[in-house]
Each structure stands twice: as C-alpha cells, then as structure tokens.
Design a protein. Sequence first.
Length: 228
Amino acid sequence: MLTAKQHELLRFIHERLEETGISPSFEEMKEALELKSKSGVHRLISALEERGFIRRLPNRARALEVLKMPESAVAGSAPKAANDLGARTTSVPARMPEAANDVIDIPLHGRIAAGAPIEALEDHQSLPVPAALLGPGEHFALEVSGDSMIEAGIFDGDYALIRRADTARDGDIVVALVENEEATLKYLWREGGRVRLDPANPSYEPQVYDARAVQVQGKLAGLLRRYH
C-alpha cells in the first residue's frame, strides 16, 4: 500500500525516466511534490525502496530504477484514495538510465607499467567516468604509460577503461598479467599452446609466451583523454 505522496513521487520518477532516461534530482522531486525539505524526499524514496517499487543504482550519484508501478499509475489515472494505492502492481521492464549527466566512479589502479601486477597498483583512488563509455560488468581504470599502442589510438597519459574479465577473444585489446609480474596492454592472439601479445607500434616486437604464463585481467572498454 502506498500513500498519496509516495504514489505521486513514484509517478514523477517513472515519467522522468521515460522522457529523458535520467533520474530527477532531489531538488526537482522536492519542488514537484511541493515538499519543504529534501529530507521528506529521502523518506519517500526509502519507503518506496523498502516496498520494492524502486531501487538505487550503485556508484551513481542520482540514479534510480523503477521496478514496478501500481496498475492505476501505468494506466494513467491516479487512485482517488490512499487505501487504493498499490493494491495491484505491474512490473516495469528493467532499464538502465541513459547516460547524459550520469557519472560513475570506478577504481583507478595507477599506471599500467612493466614490473607491477594490477593488484600492486591499487591505491584506493577513483576516476569519474561518463556512464556512456561503460557497458555492463565491473570496470576499473589504468593510466597508460608508453607508446606501444599508439596506432590503436592509445597514447601515453590516456586512461584505459577496463572491463574485468578472465577470458578474451583473439584480437581483443586486453590487460595481460605475464608470469604474475608484468602487466601490459596489448592485442591478444593465441597460437596453439602459446599466446602472442601484439603492440600497435612498429617500433616494438610482439611478445610470445606459454599460454600458462599469461592471465587476462580485463578487456579494453573505452578511453579517457585529458588535454592540458
């Protein structure tokens, strides 16, 4: 059962997501419901979350997902009495908010450099990344060191956005951990029982290893570049 204000807020969030793909801000929700403070919005959202109508998306500053709606709200007519609210519900298809101002903080593990496995680079920093650059899955970022991938458009100082994975297809650009010591960003190719890690710069030679010596830690999902 929903109160009138809970129902009103749920409709407002649902309609905004349908129109723009972005959750309304707490200030927008406060004004839409004519509440005196944002604390009232927090209480309404918590109540809706507890009842399974919405959920908050992790690592996103202002992202909510509507899980279900009262049938009356989907039909477009709000119930007249609070006792009628939420008696029957219908599921809303899962839909991630489209990225516009949506930003996700992902772990920044330092520079990807010879002699340091990914785990050794962890320093509890994070990098804000537009959600449009990321797909599903868990991601982390690495600052690129060197010019071995310049012909793939990856330059020294870029931030490589990596989706965690322990497998990859031939031709994927991966973060490969070699002999549990050296992390490198290269094209991956398999040749029988061996793995070839190809640079994207003719000044560098491919690196060939026994397949058991190479561990895929992630696949390139995107790049960020800062201009100074």
